[in-house]
Design a protein around this ligand. Structure first.
Ligand code: BES
Ligand code: ZN
Ligand code: ZN
Length: 509
């Protein structure tokens, strides 16, 4: 099986006249307002060529066939003609819906055999901003569509890879840049989808480590591995308590650094991720099908990994680090159990309540290790709690911060990127249920609680003094039917939110 690597089809800017004359191969996508696309409209007539003519005639298109937000696929009638997809602009203005709209419309028309896909705009009623928004969303949806998740055995032989190599773009130079940004950034989502989707016997901590090494090499990032032996010396008992469940595991914490020569920040931004290659629940074993999809419990680490790769690819002038806490939650005579007391790297003792709350244990030490490098901001990502899923569903993720000023920025970055998040409170009274009579903190509340908030409260205690912190509980990591530009249950949610938040905070382009 081929390993994952970033793939981006090339884009060529082309004038509408030239596009018409070139008799674009494979597929031409014409986008306009409902009015522009009326069969007899002057704007559509401007796209008249022998091949568009043949198609429009063959279909006997009527005015009433064109509806806002809808698509009409005109399949070629003659060998050598392209297929044409007429897209009437949707009403939706929100990025998320526009991206999902692009995904569903492209699905109608894009085929594995298409090597070249062309885009043209009909008429002038689409504003510049709107053209940019659509371009970004087309880029995302197109590169998400042509990315295939791995299948095995005879299924692998039958899988038809998409041949897309080139996009002809007949819009503005600016919108071409948005298209290219979409095509690039969705590689981050695809990486998270790929890693989340891999069967757990194809992505154990050792195999994951090899992939991390390969990506670090591809993007020229420096890489340090904090092995179990080293973590033991550092006193990272919280991480090691979980890792103990599999004495043979090759778990540990991967530290990746991106150090551009001219950076806007002196102290780095640290991206931290939960990387549970599988979560059985431990002795509090998951039952009743709750274990299904727990191969995806490493997606927080994948988001951190994808984000640093993208930032490097875009040559961002931003010092970044990623800390990936990679292990598994298993049962064995060595596995941790309820009532143990362990001490994290920052000296705080934790009384264990439930072995299935392993994510916060792994993150406690990963956050403490990240804090030692004195970052100015830590962003962590984790498929941490079922409570977040119950609170906000799987089309949004839940966010928490220790900086009041971040709330509106977080919402804005979610809205703008289309990876939507909503913030929750973290007042001190949420810590009440975590008081332990024998240790500094309980691992989680005994009995029912607002666990996504309590878990965030717990994590905050492992973030070093004076460091801004944003925690994203990835409830949207899995969503039936996909999310936004992607259509797989593992949605790949996260990297674009992270980039957009940083873009806003550091005024990056
Ligand atoms: N990985 C799970 C959280 C999870 C569950 C994410 C389902 C996405 C979908 C986490 O390790 C876990 O099991 N959390 C427990 C915590 C509880 C025992 C306090 C949970 O949410 O049930
Ligand atoms: Zn768990
Ligand atoms: Zn877990």
């Amino acid at each position: 099986m081929e390993d994952f690597s970033f793939k981006t089809p090339s884009v060529r800017l082309i004038k509408p006249q030239a596009l018409k004359a070139s008799k674009t191969r494979n597929l031409l996508i014409l986008v306009g307002s409902k009015k522009n696309l009326h069969p007899k409209s002057k704007d559509l007539m401007a796209w008249k060529t022998p091949w568009t003519d043949r198609l429009l005639k063959s279909l006997a298109l009527r005015d009433e066939d064109i509806k806002e937000g809808e698509a009409i696929l005109l399949a070629r009638t003659e060998q050598g003609d392209p297929d044409i997809l007429l897209l009437a602009e949707p009403k939706d203005q929100e990025s998320f819906f526009v991206q999902q709209w692009c995904r569903d419309r492209l699905k109608l028309a894009v085929r594995p055999t298409h090597e070249q896909i062309s885009f043209g705009f009909v008429g002038k009623s689409i504003s510049k901003d709107r053209e940019n928004q659509l371009a970004y969303a087309f880029g995302l949806a197109l590169a998400a569509r042509v990315f295939l998740l791995p299948v095995y055995g005879s299924k692998a032989k039958d899988q038809k890879p998409y041949q897309l190599k080139e996009i002809l773009w007949s819009g503005s130079l600016k919108s071409k840049e948005h298209l290219e940004r979409g095509l690039l950034e969705v590689n981050g989502n695809n990486l998270v989808r790929y890693l989340g989707f891999l069967p757990p016997n194809y992505l154990d901590p050792a195999q994951y480590g090899q992939k991390i090494e390969a990506l670090a090499k591809e993007f020229r990032l420096s890489l340090k591995f904090h092995s179990k032996a080293e973590l033991k010396k550092l006193g990272a008992e919280a991480f090691l308590a979980v890792d103990r469940g599999n004495p043979d595991s090759k778990g540990g914490i991967y530290e990746i650094s991106y150090n551009p020569s001219r950076a806007k920040n002196k102290k780095p931004v640290a991206l931290v991720g939960k990387g549970l290659c599988f979560d059985t629940g431990g002795y509090d074993v998951k039952t009743n099908g709750m274990m299904a999809t727990m191969k995806g419990d490493m997606q927080g680490s994948a988001v951190a990994l994808a984000t640093i790769c993208l930032a490097a690819k875009m040559k961002w002038p931003l010092r970044l680090k990623a800390f990936l806490g990679i292990t598994e939650n298993h049962i064995s005579p060595k596995a941790y159990k309820a009532d143990e007391v362990v001490k994290a790297m920052n000296g705080l003792s934790i009384e264990i309540v439930h072995t299935d709350a392993e994510g916060r244990m792994v993150l406690a030490d990963t956050l403490a290790l990240a804090s030692k490098t004195k970052p100015e901001l830590i962003m962590d990502f984790a498929t941490l709690t079922g409570a977040a899923v119950r609170a906000i569903g799987t089309a949004y993720s839940a966010a928490f911060t220790n900086n009041q000023k971040f709330h509106s920025r977080v919402l804005e970055a979610g809205r703008e990127s289309g990876e939507r998040v909503w913030t929750f409170p973290l007042d001190q009274d949420f810590g009440k249920v975590l008081e332990s009579p024998i240790a500094d903190t309980l691992q989680c509340a005994r009995g029912a609680s607002v666990d996504h908030i309590n878990a965030a409260f717990f994590l905050r205690r492992f973030v070093g003094e004076g460091i801004d912190w944003l925690h994203v509980d990835l409830s949207a990591a899995e969503n039936k039917g996909g999310l936004g530009p992607t259509d797989s249950e593992y949605t790949g949610f996260g990297p674009r939110f992270a980039l957009e938040f940083l873009r806003g905070l550091y005024k990056l382009s």
